[in-house]
Design a protein around this ligand. Sequence first.
Ligand SMILES: [Zn+2]
Length: 368
Amino acid sequence: MQIHTPCGADVMRNSLCIYKHVLPSENDGFLAYGMGKFGRMEISIVMNSSLKFCKPKRERVNESERIIHAQFVRYGRNAREWLKKCALLLPRIEEKQIWRKKGFSSIYEYCAKLAGMSHASVDEALRVLRKIEDKPELLHIVETHGIQRVRPIATIATADTAAFWAEKARDMSKNTLETYVRDYRRVFLPREKIQGYKKTAEPRKTAAAGAPDRLASPQKEHIEMELDSEIAQKLLKLKGAEDWNTLMKKLLTEREEKLEQEKPQPIATKSRHIPAAVKNHAIEKTNGQCAYPGCVKPYEILHHTQRFALEKTHDPDRLMPLCKEHERIAHLGLIDHEEKAPEDWRLRRTHDPMHHKRQIDQMVWLYR
Ligand SMILES: [Zn+2]
């Protein structure tokens, strides 16, 4: 039996197994994994045609191998739990020089011999824990999720915002949290340097109120390009006496107009399968990159900004290619104005509990 989740994720169920983990496969489809009646099972889901099932495949493990594997999983889980507890003790071990008093040459030798911790993991744990030692909410996250989960927010969280960031660390994976923090810095802490490009002109501020001057020129960004000589000469000719901004705007407008003319009609259907013409158009809009402003990752998921479950429509204007992290952020309700073009999207600090998509997004998360 096939179960369609409210958006994006294709989580499948048959009589033997619920597939909870869905990963992209090499054939432009998905591989789904889950634990079933007979142990771990996998299924291949091929996209670009109607979703179809391959026969569930049982792994060839006998009973004794299954027991060994189960033991290893249990011990590994326990080892990770104990390592989290070890990491939390490191600042006090370092402060009181316990390692020296016990006859070790350094804290690294102490940690390696007693807990199998690497040099790098000791440094990382000490660095992060020093930054959050006055933030009990984040220390609790280290205890429950480990050092790595807190690392992206160690430098941005303050005593006042620790509870806010702890909630984000609970809700997001490490990669999604890193992406959200990067976007958050850009939107809410714009004075910080942005990696990848540099601003050449800040918006002017009014001296009295500190608000942006409405007459100020738009913010400029500096992009460096290395071009073949032939291409560079052609561009210089096209530019003529005008500035680069005018030329690039003209080229972009022409491209958008061409795409608009070729745009397929929205398809109303009960099937989650996205027709090839609609899919190709959506991907072409961003040349296969994530549509979120400032993100340069390749897209991984075509995201229905209106939520497919609500309208049962594949609309090329409301189908956005997103990387996995921005798709997750969208389903956490942290992107405002999704129905508009990406340049009008706005990152939110918290989700809107009354938003009509909220229930759908919560259901999507239940399947992940
Ligand atoms: Zn992205």
